[in-house]
Design a protein around this ligand. Structure first.
Ligand code: CDP
Length: 239
């Protein structure tokens, strides 16, 4: 790692793309949020807790979380075929795993909390942006949570670790090839989700987790501010 390293968009190795976050963007939902990181934009809408349908899926001992991640057709320049595919099904499941540990679902037997995530513009890091938006939307919906979850991808450009990769960086084929490590964690550093696509040694993986921690602290502050701004504007209450 070297602090002198410059990226194609001029960022430092550990610098995040410009972030915007806002809650209350989908008035019909019980809670909602927009999270933008550079050219990646995610919208999340939460409905519930509400009675689980189909009924045979009800769990009398605790409530359940359902996540639906979707990249909409015009989110990238090559039109995406609408509907579910293997990638969106996997990311929906991963999003659920990332968020479930912080939710107090024991309070809602036989019920379900639904989260719908739409990526309206994609330039890598969409699963992380979706998790950040979803965490905000859950808080905005007033779902009892132990913690917020913040998420970021750390990757490698040749041998150098970088935070918050763009699509151009994710596709970098030089050196040891592309490595992408999306990580989600609570504010006190408990990892709720981690994936690894590519190759990395154990020591460098520890450095990657440290970089993700630094980034997630910054994201957490932005999430907190988005919620506070909504409360200040009288938009922080569940409808
Ligand atoms: O978005 P994320 O990095 O979480 O997941 P990915 O599967 O590694 O996808 C990386 C990027 O590839 C996306 O953010 C999009 O910019 C792009 N992509 C695309 O152009 N068309 C697809 N069908 C899927 C992804």
């Amino acid at each position: 790692m070297t602090a002198k390293f410059k990226r194609s968009d001029g960022r430092e190795f550990d610098e995040l793309r410009p972030i915007e976050a806002k809650v209350g963007v989908v008035p019909n939902a019980d809670g909602s949020a927009m999270y933008k990181s550079g050219d990646t934009i995610a919208i999340a809408a939460v409905y519930g807790p509400r009675k689980m349908h189909p009924q045979h899926q009800q769990n009398p001992s605790k409530g359940q979380l359902r996540c639906d991640y979707n990249m909409i057709s015009f989110s990238v320049s090559e039109r995406i075929r609408p509907g579910k595919n293997r990638r969106s099904t996997e990311i929906s499941e991963i999003t659920k795993w990332a968020l479930e540990p912080v939710l107090l679902l024991g309070m809602y037997p036989n019920q379900v909390v639904d989260i719908f995530i739409d990526i309206i513009q994609a330039d890598a890091g969409t699963r992380c942006a979706g998790i950040n938006a979803a965490s905000l939307a859950l808080a905005h919906a007033g779902i009892p949570m132990k913690e917020m979850v913040s998420s970021i991808a750390v990757g490698k450009l040749d041998k150098t670790l970088v935070t918050d990769l763009t699509k151009e960086e994710e596709d970098y084929e030089g050196g040891e090839g592309p490595t992408d490590i999306p990580i989600s964690m609570t504010h006190d550093g408990k990892i709720t989700h981690m994936q690894l696509d590519g190759k990395i040694g154990v020591e460098q993986l520890k450095d990657a987790v440290d970089l993700a921690k630094e980034a997630c602290e910054k994201i957490y502050e932005i999430q907190k501010k988005a919620l506070k701004d909504a409360i200040d504007m009288g938009n922080g209450e569940k409808k």
